[in-house]
Design a protein around this ligand. Structure first.
Ligand code: ATP
Ligand code: MG
Length: 414
């Protein structure tokens, strides 16, 4: 679980502002729900025999003896909250959330025990048009962040629960006959969660899978048409994708459309955004049948990627526009002037020097702060009710002016 230090937070804020603005521009509204839910909720939604529920959850009995779990993902809590608060009754909802998720995994680059996700969930729409809109929306984000050359889209259809059941049987029958050729993990999964074998990292297992029955052959007409229409919509919108028939995702609630946005710039942890359709989940958790689709986006990986490809604008790291230097016995003038400036310059980031010290040492601090200008109030300025504005990043004459003039110049800083 990482600490996030002040020098890193601007990149996070930059990313979060971009994502929020994007979601809001498509009509998504924010929902907030607890970090802690009953363990049962995750078992029933994510699935008992998934990696998350079997070995990654932080779970303990509370003082009452009820088992509680730190949320390992957002969809289950979002469905619970939406259902419980009546948001799903014959309504379409486009919702987003963000915040920490918790999984007991082996920490490594791009994989943490407390990590952060942005999630989006849409309830009440069953057609592929909303699947396509979500993918077009995420594609727009990559363009906006300058990442589009580094991220590609993989899609697949998992079909209906019946399709998957038939496919599972066929796959297990085939793989059981070749059990000895499977890697250890896949041998274990043969009984518990055979579809996960499809995304095994073992090259020998992948070779064997070339001969195995293929999921797309098991789709019924409805799922097939949904997938075909999704592809046609993506084609017409100009969103490139690769169909990966072995993309299955590690959570049980998905059906029909699934997708992952992946990068090869981050090593093994290459999936930056993943999601799909989960039409059965709301009903499974006790609500009325409600079609749904959503995704989760890993912030850590996106911040790493932004950094790796140098996509964050230089201005993002700067946290001050102006630094007020108070040289001499001028504390009162410094405080009142700076407050007047703040009232008149909306959005200006101005820090007052506090704690005294020589003019020289204060100027050094002003420079190191990254501010564009130093506002200097010495005893002469205080007596004349003026301020000296000194440009720290451009070759420009310093000026000593009355407050209204200084305000005008500050408003013009870019
Ligand atoms: P992975 O295959 O990398 O383990 P996942 O399939 O478990 O990912 P999801 O549950 O779909 O991931 O979560 C969506 C996104 O959240 C992932 O694509 C990834 O960007 C991010 N994510 C998941 N687990 C972690 C983690 N432990 N640390 C950091 N980010 C994570
Ligand atoms: Mg995982």
């Amino acid at each position: 679980m990482n600490d996030l230090l002040p020098e890193q937070s601007p990149n996070w804020q930059y990313l979060e502002q971009k994502i929020q603005a994007l979601l809001q521009s498509y009509g998504y509204r924010e929902i907030r729900f607890p970090l802690l839910e009953s363990t049962e909720l995750f078992k029933r939604s994510i699935g008992e025999v998934t990696d998350i529920v079997e070995k990654e959850m932080y779970t303990w009995p509370d003082r009452n003896g009820d088992n509680v779990t730190l949320r390992p993902e957002g969809t289950a809590g979002c469905v619970r909250a939406s259902e419980q608060n009546g948001l799903l009754r014959n309504q379409v909802q486009r919702l987003w959330y963000s915040g920490p998720m918790f999984r007991y995994e082996r920490p490594q680059k791009g994989r943490l025990r407390q990590f952060h996700q942005f999630g989006a969930e849409v309830f009440g729409l069953e057609g592929p048009d909303i699947d396509a809109e979500m993918l077009v929306m995420t594609a727009r984000l990559w363009v906006d962040l300058g990442l589009s050359e580094h991220i590609t889209l993989q899609i697949n259809s998992l079909g209906s629960a019946v399709d998957r059941g038939k496919y599972r049987e066929a796959l297990v029958e085939f793989l059981s006959a070749h059990k000895a050729e499977l890697d250890e993990d896949s041998q274990r999964r043969l009984d518990s969660n055979p579809l996960r074998i499809l995304d095994s990292k073992s090259s020998q297992t992948q070779l064997l899978l070339d001969q195995a029955p293929s999921l797309p052959d098991f789709l019924d007409a409805d799922s097939r048409e949904h997938f075909d229409r999704l592809r046609a919509l993506l084609d017409s919108a100009g969103v490139a994708y690769e169909v990966n028939p072995r993309l299955v995702r590690g959570l049980d609630y998905y059906g029909k459309t699934v997708f992952e946005w992946v990068t090869d710039s981050l090593g093994a942890q290459g999936t930056v955004c993943a999601g799909g359709r989960y039409d059965g989940l709301v009903e499974q958790l006790g609500g009325k049948p409600t079609p749904a689709v959503g995704f989760g986006m890993g912030e850590e990986r996106l911040v790493l990627l932004l950094d790796a490809v140098g996509a964050v604008p230089d201005s993002v790291g700067r946290y001050l526009d102006a630094y007020l230097v108070a040289a001499g016995n001028v504390s009162e003038a410094a405080l009142t002037c700076s407050e007047q400036i703040r009232s008149q310059c909306e959005g200006l980031r101005l820090q007052n020097h506090c704690g005294g010290g020589s003019f020289k040492s204060q100027m050094k601090k002003a420079d190191r702060s990254g501010a564009k200008v130093a506002l200097i109030i010495g005893e002469d300025e205080a007596a004349a009710e003026q301020i000296t504005i000194k440009y720290l990043r451009e070759d420009r004459q310093q000026q000593t002016l009355a407050l209204p003039e200084v305000v005008k110049l500050l408003m013009q800083l870019d």
